[in-house]
Design a protein around this ligand. Structure first.
Ligand SMILES: C[S@@+](CC[C@H](N)C(=O)[O-])C[C@H]1O[C@@H](n2cnc3c(N)ncnc32)[C@H](O)[C@@H]1O
Length: 218
């Protein structure tokens, strides 16, 4: 990967007030390299240009890291939190979260076997013991998670419906969306509480982005 892309990554991280050490910067650039390499074989993303991969995938996912870290820091300390990234595809945002939050245990679930295999391969290549690829439909999982995330996956109704049983007690949903999805939020039933919609600013990308934070209502 070119030095120019690494500089752009460092600048973006600084803009997002993210404290990344050298190893994390290296892992993010290695992730970009394996994503580009295996995309040809596994068809992981329609984005093929490395520059576009940096802005539309890496920086876009990095913009959600600080809000996630803030949430994790607000939880009572003691146990290692678990995050499930639903419909993770080529590992977005799950792999980026696993690199930036080493204290977090991240599982990326996808119905496509080669995508889940790619995540396990990336975990080995990038030396990320806190990253796991799961080949399954999210509806069939029995494990429980503190945070259940998604990006470019499904409507909020389908996402919350299909993944509800994967939430641990006090678990929350973290949906990465483009423009504030007012219609999708209005379509949610009374069993889902949207407790925050957080606007994001992605470095080098002039686009609407937000996180829809939700919790289940009994
Ligand atoms: C549009 S891709 C998004 C990939 C990635 N999150 C991103 O932002 O680039 C949606 C992914 O969801 C997966 N998927 C669809 N239905 C699923 C389900 N029920 N359980 C798990 N994964 C699913 C698809 O195989 C696909 O890889």
């Amino acid at each position: 990967m070119s030095e120019a892309l690494t500089i752009q990554l460092r600048d973006g991280a600084r803009e997002l007030a993210l404290e990344l050490d050298e190893q994390q910067v290296t892992q993010l650039m290695e992730f970009l390299a394996v994503l580009q390499k295996w995309n040809k074989v596994y068809n992981l993303t329609s984005v093929r240009d490395p520059q576009e991969m940096l802005t539309h995938h890496l920086l876009d996912s990095l913009a959600a890291v600080k809000p996630l870290q803030r949430y994790l820091a607000s939880l009572p300390h003691g146990q290692r939190e678990r995050l499930l990234d639903v419909g993770s595809g080529g590992g977005l945002p799950g792999v980026v979260f696993a690199i930036c939050c080493p204290q977090l245990d991240v599982s990326c679930v996808d119905t496509v076997a080669k995508k889940a295999a790619f995540i396990n391969q990336a975990a080995a290549t990038l030396r990320l013991p806190n990253l796991h690829g799961l080949h399954a439909r999210v509806e069939t999982l029995t494990q429980k998670f503190d945070v259940v995330s998604c990006r470019a996956f499904a409507s909020l109704v389908d996402f919350t419906h299909w993944s509800r049983d994967t939430l641990a007690e006090h678990g929350i949903w973290f949906a990465m969306k483009g423009k504030r999805p007012d219609e999708e939020m209005a379509a949610l039933g009374h069993d889902v509480d949207v407790f925050h919609v957080e606007q994001l600013q992605v470095p080098a990308l002039d686009a609407d982005r937000c996180i829809v934070w939700m919790r289940p209502v009994a």
